[in-house]
Design a protein around this ligand. Structure first.
Ligand SMILES: [Zn+2]
Length: 402
């Protein structure tokens, strides 16, 4: 952006986006909107917990796109943001709060849903819900997806749940729900996932993969639904993530600092304006944010109809083959992300261009050097074995000749 343009946009009202062709277009347009910074604005008083608007984040398109795709398609396996401190990873994740779509949520303690009856018959729900279903009463209601953040100091007990101390005081055994059960159908954000204790990471990843988990404490046990979208972030300077854990995240985005001077300046201005008056700053983006949220909801509903043509799938498989990726998660993430990308672009068919956009996020950092080494070791072992066998053990023909 040149200088003239820059000062001109400052004098005008912030550009409002009122109509867009697709989510992708909206994302591009909105990220370029210059905010008006009025330093005379009245102080909002006590700092409220108003997140930085997603649409006010400067640049970082791959990070924004990955988060957006994970909102559209919970089946792509979540997102891992990898980058140094101060690159806006946590800010971006927390800003999703204003964009979260609505989902069907159970009214029952056991988490029964209408879809359970549709899939598994009336015995798939608890007796109360079976009765309700029979009477035509709803088992669920629409509710906004929540962003649940795992506290850094969470214990395994906090995460999966444990015996309820209040019930124990009355000599009764009852389980208290953990963070994972509350994450059902929500987003679970784990900052500094590389610093988390292995047991906790395993519990989270297992629950995420299976969509449910069981807690046993002595005589009591309970199974909770926990189908959630996992978003992790990490600073690789502070420690590695085990390769097998890295592989379990769907999309992987390398987040770098902004490179263009103009972008850095704009990011600075926006951060300052937000700090001075977060409510007024956020209000400037509110109309575009509302539009964006509606687009997300609509795209999410369209996702089920998005088809993956055989030809496009074949190209994807060829790509995975070329890279020599063993993990089956490569296909799942690549194709689910491509479907989400097509839905975001208001299409009902995946095209090769979708693969091109999502492939770097879906396939990078999936090559495990451990696995490569393992296979190389196995191959050389097999050769050695064959050589030794050939040398030492005569074939039947050879044996007959003697
Ligand atoms: Zn129920």
């Amino acid at each position: 952006m040149n200088k003239e343009n820059y000062s001109q946009t400052h004098q005008n009202e912030p550009e409002l986006i009122t109509k867009v062709g697709s989510l992708q277009e909206l994302l591009e347009k909105a990220s370029g909107v210059r905010a008006v910074v009025d330093h005379e604005m009245e102080d909002a008083g006590l700092a409220e917990n108003i997140p930085f608007p997603f649409l006010a984040l400067v640049g970082q398109n791959q990070m924004k796109l990955s988060l957006l795709l994970s909102l559209l398609n919970p089946n792509l396996g979540g997102v891992l943001l990898i980058g140094p401190r101060g690159t806006g990873k946590s800010t971006a994740v927390r800003s999703l709060v204003d964009l979260l779509p609505e989902v069907r949520r159970s009214l029952c303690y056991y988490g029964c849903l209408e879809e359970d009856v549709e899939a598994g018959g009336i015995d798939a729900v608890c007796p109360d819900c079976a009765k309700k279903y029979g009477q035509g009463d709803p088992l669920s209601k629409m509710e906004k997806v929540r962003l649940i953040e795992l506290p850094l100091n969470a214990t395994l007990e906090d995460v999966v749940g444990g015996l309820d101390p209040r019930a124990q005081a009355h000599s009764r055994l009852r389980l208290k729900r953990g963070i994972l059960s509350r994450a059902d159908r929500n987003l679970l954000y784990v900052d500094e996932v590389n610093l988390l204790n292995d047991q906790i990471v395993d519990a989270i990843l297992d629950a995420a993969a299976q969509g449910q988990y069981t807690v046993r404490r002595g005589a009591v046990s309970a199974t909770y639904r926990s189908h959630f979208t996992l978003i992790g972030s990490m600073n690789p300077e502070e420690g590695n993530l085990r390769p097998q854990i890295m592989d379990r995240f769907g999309l992987r985005v390398l987040v770098k600092g902004l490179e263009e001077k103009e972008d850095r300046m704009e990011a600075y201005r926006r951060t300052r304006a937000y700090k001075e008056n977060n409510r007024a700053f956020s209000a400037q983006y509110a109309p575009s944010t509302r539009l964006f949220r509606e687009e997300i909801q609509a795209s999410r509903e369209k996702l089920a109809d998005v088809e993956l043509p055989d030809g496009v799938a074949a190209t994807g498989l060829e790509l995975i083959g070329r890279l020599g990726l063993d993990s089956l998660r490569a296909e799942i993430t690549l194709f689910e992300a491509a479907r989400a990308h097509a839905a975001a672009d208001a299409r009902d068919r995946v095209v090769p261009a979708d693969l091109r956009v999502v492939a770097p996020m879906a396939l990078r950092l999936r090559r495990s050097t451990y696995i490569d080494q393992y296979i190389a070791d196995q191959n050389s072992e097999a050769e050695l074995l064959e050589e030794a066998v050939n040398e030492l053990i005569p074939t039947e023909e050879e044996a007959e000749d003697e």
